[in-house]
Design a protein around this ligand. Structure first.
Ligand code: F6P
Length: 318
């Protein structure tokens, strides 16, 4: 193996640049070349390759976003698009590929592996909804970014004795909502994984108000419904004046936390070293603080579950 390519795909997440840097620098450490692929699988189909050097990945370790840009490629879903991508990689002398993204991106990675291209995946998404790893790159940063906002909201909620419904990201998963809820001391969390009873929620809000709790925070994962939809459904807010806030895409931006930089650096190095010793068709994971490999299919076939301990804490500590 002489030349390894790296791409970022799907939604961006803080720490992707640190992972790109780690892949490139591990290549150089092992006297290999590294090529960046622009805009994920779109760039692979178009042969949009950027040779990386020590200096071109310098100064990016703490930068949010991805210097390689990212995309969700429709063309790559089709066999013709994949064949084009394979042809472009062969022409460019690429011997192996590192794909940084979520489980959707790993479907593509598996297809390339099946076509004979050595591929290793690195889980990068703020949603943390990838089985085979305790954390994905960007999750910790997104929790901290949202937390900062929720702490501010708590100040104004408490000053006005208000109920705030805070909508956070998570189309299909409640990992972000749950950690934000526990870390901010929110009273309720609403996630796609668990059924929601509006009647029960209204009753609990009434009880809170009766206990003279000055304010209440509900952390709502966007996949369940929008914050304004929830506001409209709450026929009884228990006496609280209700307000809604949507945190939106600010959760995907910003410099990665030290946790995410460390995770990305470890995963980038481990993925590259795994390719160099002939591994393919795997995703890197951080399980009990150790780097491990698991089959790419596991990332989408196995359902990662929310921690019952954390779910219990939201109720216990409110
Ligand atoms: O990055 C994951 C995620 O933030 C989801 O939580 C969200 O629903 C989705 O991406 C939206 O991203 P986009 O609008 O870029 O498709």
């Amino acid at each position: 193996m002489k030349r390894i390519a790296v791409l970022t795909s799907g939604g961006d997440s803080p720490g992707m640049n640190a992972a790109i840097r780690a892949v490139a620098r591990t290549c150089f450490f092992n006297d290999k070349e590294c090529v960046g692929v622009m805009r994920g699988y779109e760039g692979l189909i178009e042969g949009d390759f950027l040779p990386l050097s020590r200096s071109s990945v310098g100064g990016i370790i703490h930068r949010g976003g991805t210097i390689l840009k990212t995309a969700r490629s429709e063309r790559f879903m089709k066999p013709e698009g994949r064949a084009e991508a394979m042809a472009r990689m062969r022409e460019a002398g690429i011997d192996g590929l590192v794909v940084i993204g979520g489980d959707g991106s790993f479907h593509g990675a598996k297809a390339l592996h099946d076509m004979g291209m050595p591929v290793i995946g690195i889980p990068g998404t703020i949603d943390n909804d990838v089985a085979g790893t305790d954390e994905t790159i960007g999750f910790d940063t997104a929790v901290n970014t949202a937390l900062e906002a929720v702490i501010r909201l708590r100040d104004t909620a408490s000053s006005h004795d208000r109920l705030f419904i805070v909508e956070v990201m998570g189309r299909n998963a409640g990992f972000l909502a749950l950690e934000i809820a526990v870390a901010s001391g929110a009273e309720y969390v609403v996630v796609p994984e668990l059924p929601l009873s509006i009647g029960n929620l209204c009753q609990r809000l009434r009880l809170s108000h009766e206990k003279r709790k000055s304010h209440t925070l509900i952390i709502l994962a966007e996949g369940v419904m929008s914050a304004s939809e929830m506001r409209n459904k709450l026929h009884d807010t228990g006496g609280y004046d209700a307000r809604v806030t949507v945190l939106g895409y600010i959760q995907r931006g910003g410099s990665p936390t030290s946790f995410d930089v460390l995770l990305a650096s470890r995963m980038g190095a481990y993925a590259t070293e795994s390719l160099l010793i002939g591994k393919s068709g795997y995703m890197v994971g951080n399980v009990n603080h150790r780097m491990v490999l698991s089959d790419l299919e596991r990332s989408w076939s196995e359902h990662k579950t929310l921690s019952p301990e954390l779910l219990g804490l939201v109720d216990k500590l409110n």
